[in-house]
Structures are given as structure tokens and as C-alpha cells.
Design a binder for this molecule. Sequence first.
Ligand code: AMP
Length: 588
Amino acid sequence: MDFAPIKKDTARLAVLPNLLEYEKCCESFSWDTVRLELDGLPDGRGLNMAHEAVDRHAAGPLRQRIAIRWLGKGGAVVDLSYGALREQSSRFANVLAALGVAGGDRVFCLAGRIPELYIAALGTLKNRSVFCPLFSAFGPEPICQRMVRGDAKVLVTTERQYAKKVAGVLDRLPLLSFVLLTDAESHQSDRIRSLPRLMAEASDEFTIPPTSPDDMAILHFTSGTTGMPKGAVHVHNAVLTHYLTGKYVLDLHPDDIFWCTADPGWVTGTSYGIIAPMTHGITSIIDEADFDAERWYHILEEQRVTVWYTAPTAIRMLMRAPDDQRRRFDLSRLRLVHSVGEPLNPEAVLWGEKVLGLPIHDNWWQTETGGIMIANYASQEIRPGSMGRPLPGIEAAIIRRGDGDTVELIGEPDVEGELALKPGWPSMFREYLHDEERYRKCFVGGWYITGDLARRDRDGYFWFVGRSDDIIKTAGHMVGPFEVESTLMEHPAVAEAGVIGKPEPVIGELVKAFVVLKDGFTPSEELRLELIGFGRSRLGSAVAPKEIDFIDNLPKTRSGKIMRRLLKARELGLPEGDTSTMEGGETS
Ligand code: AMP
């Protein structure tokens, strides 16, 4: 079914959008001009994200403005002004420096959305160390894998997370010099320290050392289909994209109250939950609690949120709540709603218009791009179901791969192909840590290949079609099947496992595993539940399979690769497609 475009009359919008003339802006765009809107470190000492986000505001008239309003699960409210955030993050930078943690060293953080996480992130950037967030719903395996791969030197975490998930894997982390516990009153050992104690002893004055725009700033792990997670490296220069997308896509204005619901364990939660809004000197809401329709409407009303950035899973959950629940709240302050991370159904865009009184603006990007690349803009019409048009300064194309290192650009509209971007934007990832080969493979014929399939209509709007690989998106989180399969195979009963994303109406896809048992084990409900529990305890709730089926054999290619697509087709009762490369399949 086709949905009519949602037209915009800019004259009737409450606030005049920052980006008014899209085509004109694209034509005259230059990243050098964007750089001029930022500050740079004093005395030409370079460009540092934390200076752009916090210190420059703290040194001027925005010093008293609230940068973060933190809402605790139990009702506590903590306001951190730009001035306070500057001091706290400087203390944290001094803590790192005193421990001998240098520029480039990796500082991991495993915590829910607590104020210490934001202070640690900014302090790490000030010290020119590298901030590496871990999602708090990960289990010990994903945590350990990522810290090993990322050469973790420091881990900032809570006593509870440490005891539950890290203490048991410490001996696999010889490079980890310090664990800083955010809620411990005293040091446990030289290695396991109390962060509050160290912070109390540290000075709140810190001079950011010279920082090159190309210095590593943030390391985000993302899943691949083969092999373990990849560490996408981002540099301080990414702040140009954060700032620009805050201006043109999120359409931030000085008096906005902004709420990004994403967790900083994932890229949206750092790029837009921390950096982008702060580069605009505005107030961000951080809610510690998980989704709850009543709570969320209450926050939107009480905090007078004006710009809201959320995700399709959350929107679909709100769509399930009764409409009169929404009507009990005054959302008249809200002027823009954005969504990212998974396909946003056109129905959800229209539901926004009907129930929130505002259409939802979908946008597209990924861990590797560091910031929003394709978007629906406040001043431009929305085509429900489309991800929108490329950000000024970004060249996006639909391509078909040719022989070797060649690609063919698909010029005609509405033809499906691979979504590709012309490299060179400031927040482009600069490497997959310790994996040059995988990084190199992302670039073909002068284009960065995103791994998504899409089409473009005649007016330049991009429409998402699917992934070109087996990566699973569950509740907006990327899960690599290989990581789940490897963990299941550590169970004594499991010979092999194949993992797929099974479509699910609210969370998009759920993680489903097909398990082949070793000789001597027989399928039973008891064993199935045991395996589900095993997955949860090792991988954590964000990654573990929710469904497990027993199967006699996994379909494989002749070279021994699991054919997950076939597993999926069989699960969904769809045609199996080309099985000629399958073990024992047709050869002609
Ligand atoms: P991540 O790297 O975890 O942020 O995931 C990025 C992937 O999420 C993209 O490559 C897409 O497959 C998917 N994605 C992100 N935004 C959208 C969107 N607006 N519509 C459809 N898929 C999206």
C-alpha cells in the first residue's frame, strides 16, 4: 500500500527549521565551513570532542545551563550544568592521568545510564584516551570478548556489574590495569579501586592536551556475520558530523530540551545521547529506567521535551498502549520526533501524526558512519516508509558490484541494490581495530559498502529493503549470529548451532537458534530450557536466543558455511531459493 507524502508548511511550524533549502545547501556545502562553527582547542592545539561538547560552553554564558538532567529509576533527579560537567569530567581526566592512563589507551565503561558514565565518557575524551562503551545487558562473554579485542586498560563499572560479569573473567584480561567502581567506598586492591575516592582526591582543573582531529576518540563494537565483533574506531573529527546533524537533522535550537532514548552502549547513545546535543549547548534528558509507556509520556510532559529521538521498537510499543493513555498527557511542547535503528513502518509515521500530533522523522546510519547519513528533515516533506535523503555533504548511491574492485552505479529510480556512501565524511570509521582486512573489504571501487540493500526513488528519497548479510536486528540492537553460535557450542550437549533473526512484530526480529545435539543427547523440553538459560547467563538478555529448536543437520554450503538464509526460509515457510551451492545440493 502506498502512503501519501506528508507535506510541510514551514510558515506554520513553531520554530523555523535550521535547514530550509535542502537542494541549495547540498550544492554549496563544505565541511570547512562546519569546522568554523566549532571552537577548536585554545592556541590552535587541535580539536577535541569534549572541549566542543562541554568546556567551551562552561567557559561562557552557558556555564549555568543544565547540560544533563538525569532521572533516576527511583525518582531522584540530578542536574549537571555545563560548569559542573566540566569540573567533574576534568576530575575524571585527572584520575586517569594520575593512574598513568595515556592518550590512545582504551577506557571501557559497563554501566546503565548513570551520571558517572557521562562524566567518564567526557573525561576520557579530555585525557585523549579512547571511550569504549559496553551495553549493560551484555553477559560475561560479550563483555570479555570486546575488552580483549579492544585492549582494555581501564574498566569503569558498578560493584554489581563487576561481581556478576567481570570478576569471573579477570584472568582473561591481563592488560586490564584498573577497574574503577563507581559505587565502592574504598579500594579493594591496587587493581580494583573506588572511583568516588579517586575523584575526591583529584583536581577539577584539567588542560586538554593537544588533540589531532585524527586521534582515536571512541571505539564501538558492532557485530559481523562471520567472526567476532568488530571494533569500529572513531576520531575526534567526528564531532563535525555530530554538530551538523544536530543542526540540520535533529534541528536543535538554543532553548530545546532534547531526549535521546538510546543507551550509550550503542552508537546512537554516544553520538546523540552525549556529544551532538552538547555541541549545541542545550539540555538533554537522561532516563535511567527502561521503557514504560506511562513513564515515557510523563517524562515528555513534565520535562517539557521539545525534540525527541527514539527507535521503532519503542514506537511500536507505544502504539500498543491505549491512545487515551497518551491523551492524559500534555505534549504540546514537543515539536519534532525522530527515529533510527530499524525500519520504521509507514503506519508508525502516521500513528505519530494521529496520536502524538506529529509525524515521525526516520533517519538512517550505522556504527561505521558515526552519525546520521540519510534523513527526513523538519522542513521537507516526509514519505512514510522512506529513510529520507542524504545529509548535505554526503553522497549516497545504490550500486551493483561488478568484477574485482568495480561497482556500477544504478542511475534509474526504484531499482534495488547495495547502499553505498562516498568515503570522506568526518565521522567515518577509520579502522576495525586489529582487522585491516575486514576494513579494506568494506570499500569497493571508491565506495563504502554499507551492507544494506535499498532503493532510491526519482526524487532522491532512499527506501530500506533489508540487510545483504545475516546480521540480526533485535529491539534495535545488532546481534551477530556467529557470536551466539559459538557460545551455544560451548555447552556439552551442543554439536553445532545455526542462528537467525525471526521476524517479530514489536522488536523487529528475535534471536532464534537451531541446535544439533552431540551423540548421546536427545532433544527434550528440559534440555531446551537449559540451553536458553545457558545462553542468557553467558551472553546476557540482549544477545541470547529467545527460541531454540532442535534439528538433525544444519544446511551448509559445500565449503562448510551454515546457510542461515535457508534456515530462515524454512522457518518462515518461504521458497528456499538457490540451493546449488549447498552440501549435497544440485550441481548444475
Ligand atoms: P548499528 O550499526 O547497530 O547502528 O546498526 C546499523 C544498521 O541498522 C543499518 O546498517 C541498518 O541495517 C539498520 N538501520 C539503521 N537505521 C535504519 C533505518 N532508519 N531504517 C532501516 N534500517 C535501519
